[in-house]
Every structure is written in C-alpha cells, then in structure tokens.
Design a protein around this ligand. Structure first.
Ligand SMILES: N[C@@H](CCC(=O)N[C@@H](CS)C(=O)NCC(=O)O)C(=O)O
Length: 204
C-alpha cells in the first residue's frame, strides 16, 4: 500500500496513526508530497488533489481520512479502531474530531490566503464558535464518561481523530489556548498522545 501524505496535515496524520496502530508500518509505504503544488503522482491517485490518499493492495485509490482509516482497520491486526459493540459511540467521537479538524484547518487556510480578515469574516466567526462549542462538548463527554484511555490500553478511531484535532489546534492555533479552560480534556489528550503512534508522527 502507498499512503500519500505531508507532515502538517491533520487528516494525513489520522491515516498514518491508524496504520501504525494496526501494525501496518511495514506494509504502508509513505509517499511524501505537497498537495498545494499539484503534485502529479498525488493527482494520479486523487483527482481532488488532497492528502491523505491511499492505494490499497489491490490498487484501489482511497481518499478521505476516515474511510482510509476504516480500510486500514479491516486489513490490519490488533484491536479494532471501530469496535462493533461501540460503533455509534466511536463514530460520534470520530465525527466531532473530524469537524473540529475541519473548522481549525479552514481557519488556518483562510488566514494563509486572506490574512487576519479571514478570522473577522462571518465564516471565520462561525468557525471560531464551532471550535469553542466542540471543545466544551468534548470536555463534558470526557468528564461524564469518566474516559481514561490509560485504563483501556487501546485507542479507537474516535480517540485518534479528536486527539489529532486537539494537537492541530496547539500546532497551528496556539492562541486558542484550550488546555487551561478544558483541563479534563487536556488530561485525556496527554494520555492519548503519549502513545508511540502519536509520538512518532508529531506535526512539524
Ligand atoms: N476531508 C478530507 C480533507 C483532506 C484535506 O483537506 N487535506 C488537505 C491537507 S491538510 C489538502 O490536501 N489540501 C490541499 C487542497 O485542498 O488542495 C479528509 O478527511 O481526508
């Protein structure tokens, strides 16, 4: 399999972590590329021109990080990233993680292309509110669920998506400074990112 990725994409990091968690490091060749420069090899696999993209063992091209992660979950080994018995709960959390990632990523891209005006725009303000609400909701869920990934020893696709989104906020939007306002979520995040799959895929 080949995984097209870059080092700053939160979506690509989700796919990479999924591959590591499923023991697929030796079966997934990493193809580093710049999606913003219309990389020809990437476009041949993904006409949309985004990372991550995965070519499977049978040559099928998969795009969209959650779909790639689900394929890796099926072909890899070890505990399921989307355990059948907790499917709705895990997909719920994966969706919040994906939404948080999108709000943050679109804010970062908006700033890159339009400067500070992007944050002041109607859409920028909506994204800021979405980020604030989602952080609060996740914090509540961690508190109410008594969720401690240390006790579980495993991670789900929901954990991966949320922890990567939180890490992306620290990496690209540190001014949000979410940890002091959401200490339970901050503890949860610390526990998840201590895993080797997170440590070896840090944003850079
Ligand atoms: N929904 C997609 C988002 C992928 C995405 O937006 N990737 C960014 C990098 S973080 C990209 O390649 N952008 C290039 C572009 O939009 O042209 C996923 O979950 O995989």
């Amino acid at each position: 399999m080949q995984l097209f990725l870059n080092a700053t994409s939160p979506y690509a990091r989700v796919a990479r972590i999924a591959a590591l968690e499923k023991g697929l490091a030796d079966r997934v060749e990493l193809i580093w590329c710049d999606p913003w420069s219309d990389d020809e090899a990437l476009l041949a696999v993904n006409p949309v021109g985004r990372v991550p993209a995965l070519t499977t063992d049978d040559g099928t091209a998969l795009v969209e990080s959650p779909l790639i992660a689900m394929h890796l979950d099926a072909v890899g080994q070890g505990p399921d990233l989307v355990p059948g018995a907790q499917q709705s709960e895990v997909l719920h959390r994966a969706g919040l993680g994906q939404g948080l990632m999108e709000a943050a990523f679109n804010s970062v891209i908006g700033r890159k292309h339009q400067g500070a005006a992007a944050d002041d725009s109607v859409l920028g303000q909506r994204r800021a509110r979405a980020i604030a609400r989602t952080l609060a909701a996740l914090d509540n869920e961690v508190i109410e669920g008594g969720d401690n990934p240390d006790n579980r020893g495993t991670v789900t696709l929901g954990d991966i998506a949320v922890a990567v989104a939180l890490d992306y906020l620290l990496f690209r939007m540190p001014e949000i400074d979410w940890q002091p306002r959401h200490p339970a979520l901050a503890d949860w995040h610390e526990a998840v990112i201590a895993r080797e799959s997170f440590r070896t895929t840090r944003f850079q």
